[in-house]
Design a protein around this ligand. Structure first.
Ligand code: FCX
Length: 437
């Protein structure tokens, strides 16, 4: 059984060669035009970033090294007694481009579990924060402070060759990933269950199994399975989304993996990005309160119009790239479809019914380019059903997950020796001058 580092040792030289050839043989090839609408429109659609682990097709959705979510569900190892993809097997796939064997997955689970305890100073830092501080702010602070342990930063200060960067980047990434569950669980405990003891990490359990245990829901097998799926499929969504792009930019300065990922978390904390899953549930619950028992398609339609006419966005709908229902939304819906208890839950029903109405309303409204649900439309209601009702915490779970993709690219960016990012900006006057030329 190989370690993830040994597999990377084999695949990195091939990718380095591929990049060298792209640069020397095709460096001047054109991938598209840069238009004024790109510069003033959030660079939407501009092909301007290298990101290895996944590519997002507007209609098909995400593929991880070519594999769709159902492909991953078939190919990747589940936990003993479970069916859903686990974070370790997804991380292995993202990092190496290879499907890990069961033995490789289990070995990575163990490696992470052994590194999973928080240093005492992090526990003290998190315990000192006011419980009213948003859980995402706390998560970012904890991740940033973990850089006290950064092997990458230490090695850089010592003076190492560029070709060695990735090995330290990998070490930091594994350490950070391993510690995220304990950090995120401590925040949950402090904010919502002060004083409750947190169980110790079980070395024989997978990352998410341990996370759910530390959150206090370890006896709920269905919630554990849901979170395994949730964390695996939220892991990476190519590079241009705000959290991934942020970590990529910050990492390009050779800031270490901890600081790069802390920055990503603060992008994820915006309501147009990861915080949308918190917003969806708030919005759906307000809808439920207003409609009472009268949850018909017509009433949902009226409520949607009310939201739109008040100038707000419908949370959980629309996307910068996708133009079809998000396969991550579909995977979470499928999880519900196979469980009658879940399907019978009023809030799960409401999300389903909203999906039956919202695309037509958003089409008629005519603004969004994508009237279909994204992953956030479905993710919170299932957590709510299982008793994880504190929706201000939901983006933290997303934050545990997105590390899979951001850290993968961090390792690859260092392995490929990518340069510091520095696009050219223009003022409006400068744009006008260029147009006139
Ligand atoms: N409800 C109402 N209006 C919407 C809308 C929605 N769900 N989605 C887009 N629009 C509006 C935009 O606000 C924009 O209006 P403007 O011209 O007045 O500025 C117009 O439609 C065109 O936007 P569009 O090009 O389709 O979408 P963008 O790429 O600019 O934005 C997001 C994409 C995701 C930010 C947008 O669809 C949105 O705000 N959705 C709701 C929030 C959400 O669910 N975010 C999570 C997304 C994702 F899955 C994630 O990152 O986690």
């Amino acid at each position: 059984t190989k370690t993830v580092k040994e597999v990377l040792d084999e695949v990195i030289p091939k990718k380095q060669l591929q990049l060298k050839q792209l640069k020397t043989e095709h460096g001047q090839a054109v991938l598209g035009d840069v238009k004024v609408e790109h510069v003033v429109g959030g660079m939407r659609g501009l092909k301007a970033m290298l990101w290895e682990a996944s590519v997002l097709d507007p209609n098909e959705g995400i593929r991880f090294h070519g594999l769709t979510i159902p492909d991953c569900q078939n190919a990747l190892t589940a936990a003993p007694g479970g069916k859903e993809i686990i974070a370790e097997s997804m991380f292995w796939l993202l990092l190496t481009g290879k499907v890990p064997t069961e033995a490789e997955t289990r070995q990575l689970s163990r490696q992470l579990a052994e590194k999973g305890d928080l240093p005492e100073y992090i526990e003290k830092l998190i315990d000192s924060l006011p419980p009213t501080l948003h859980p995402m702010t706390q998560l970012g602070m904890g991740v940033a402070a973990l850089n006290h342990e950064s092997k990458f930063q230490e090695a850089y200060e010592r003076g190492i060759k560029k070709s060695e960067y990735w090995t330290y980047a990998l070490e930091d990434s594994l350490n950070l990933l391993a510690r995220l569950p304990a950090l995120a669980a401590r925040i949950y405990r402090n904010v919502y269950n002060p004083g409750k003891p947190i169980p110790k990490i079980n070395k024989d359990l997978d990352l998410v199994g341990n996370y759910v245990n530390m959150l206090g829901y370890g006896d709920n097998h269905d919630l554990t399975e849901y979170l395994r799926l949730y964390i695996a499929i939220h892991g990476d969504h190519e590079g241009g989304n705000a959290s991934a792009h942020t970590s990529h930019l910050v990492g390009s300065t050779l800031s270490d993996p901890y600081l790069s990922y802390a920055a990503a978390l603060y992008a994820l904390a915006g309501p147009l990005h990861g915080l949308a899953n918190q917003e969806v549930l708030r919005w759906q619950m307000n809808m439920q309160k207003e409609l009472g028992d009268d949850i018909t398609h017509e009433n949902i339609e009226d409520y949607l119009w009310k939201t739109l006419k008040s100038g707000q966005v419908v949370p959980g709908y629309g996307h910068g790239v996708l133009r079809y229902p998000d396969p991550r939304f579909m995977a979470l819906q499928d999880f519900c479809e196979s469980r009658p208890n879940l399907l019978a839950d009023p809030i799960v029903q409401l999300v389903k019914k909203t999906y039956e109405v919202a695309p037509a309303v958003l089409k008629e409204h005519g603004k969004t380019k994508n009237p279909f649900p994204n992953v956030d439309a479905a993710s919170g209601c299932v957590l709510y059903h299982y008793g994880l009702t504190e929706f201000k915490y939901y983006t933290v779970i997303f934050g545990v997950s997105r590390a899979l993709g951001c850290l993968t690219q961090y390792v690859w960016s260092r392995a490929l020796g990518l340069p510091i990012e520095r696009p050219k900006s223009l003022s409006m006057d400068a744009i006008e001058k260029l147009i006139k030329q």
